[in-house]
Design a protein around this ligand. Structure first.
Ligand code: ADP
Ligand code: AMP
Length: 217
């Protein structure tokens, strides 16, 4: 039976950082909705063009487009054993749709680690974030710097600062998260799968806590 884990938390909580560190250990494909949208944007696909305006404004891409995209992605061979979802679902409608599609495939959301970080810490995290051009690996200029400035440790590609990590857009994204995504905390708590993890701790400690939470879940 495939196994699905959803990483929940505000933008800048460390979902992408942690997914990169634990997906191999869990033998689950790391599926980041933001990375997929950015790839589509870079290649100027139809989906990329449709998503662009929303992403630039720091708003959510409409549910129907997002759900369709994830459904398609989760049916690829690398998700045969399941997936570690990062950035999806982000609305109650997306969570409902995910539950339905997984039920069709005899799977379910088994664990939802909620990486909690207070909003006041997020701006500093996002404004200091540097992302790798090739594969989206993430660094922070103070908290997790690359070995060589401006270059990804893993694939050597150039690092850049995301357009939506500038201050005005970050504020919008946090607001959108508080309004549209926080209801999922209760949604998954009621299903008995939520596990809160303190995301303000250093990266390695968050990894340890996450792995423990997922083992138990
Ligand atoms: P998300 O995927 O949730 O938006 P990221 O994983 O991209 O968040 O992390 C946002 C920024 O915060 C990155 O620059 C990352 O290096 C940094 N970061 C991640 N986890 C921590 C942590 N535990 N402590 C300090 N900085 C962190
Ligand atoms: P992220 O990389 O997770 O910070 O996502 C970057 C942007 O992609 C978001 O601000 C949204 O515009 C879009 N996006 C990513 N995931 C979703 C989602 N599940 N639903 C709607 N929009 C999304």
């Amino acid at each position: 039976m495939p196994s699905y884990v959803v990483l929940l938390g505000p933008p800048g909580a460390g979902k992408g950082t942690q997914a990169e560190l634990i997906s191999e250990k869990l033998n689950l494909a790391h599926i980041s909705s933001g990375d997929i949208f950015r790839e589509n944007l870079k290649n100027q696909t139809e989906l990329g063009k449709q998503a662009q305006g929303y992403m630039n404004r720091g708003e959510l891409v409409p549910d129907d487009l997002t759900i369709e995209m994830i459904k398609d992605r989760l049916q690829r061979p690398d998700c045969k054993e399941g997936a570690l979802l990062d950035g999806f679902p982000r609305t109650p409608a997306q969570a409902e749709a995910l539950g339905k599609m997984l039920a069709e495939w005899n799977g379910k959301v088994e664990c939802v680690p909620y990486i909690s970080v207070p909003p006041k810490e997020l701006v500093g995290r996002l404004s200091g974030r540097w992302t790798c051009k090739e594969q989206g690996h993430v660094y922070h200029e103070t908290f997790n710097p690359p070995k060589v400035a401006g270059k990804c440790d893993i694939d050597g590609s150039e690092l850049y600062q995301r357009d939506d990590d500038k201050a005005e857009t970050v504020e919008r994204r946090i607001k959108v998260y508080l309004e549209q995504t926080t209801p999922l905390i209760d949604y998954y708590r009621k299903q008995g799968v939520l596990a809160e993890v303190d995301g303000t701790l250093p990266i390695e400690q968050v990894t340890t806590l996450l792995l423990k939470a997922i083992e138990k879940g």
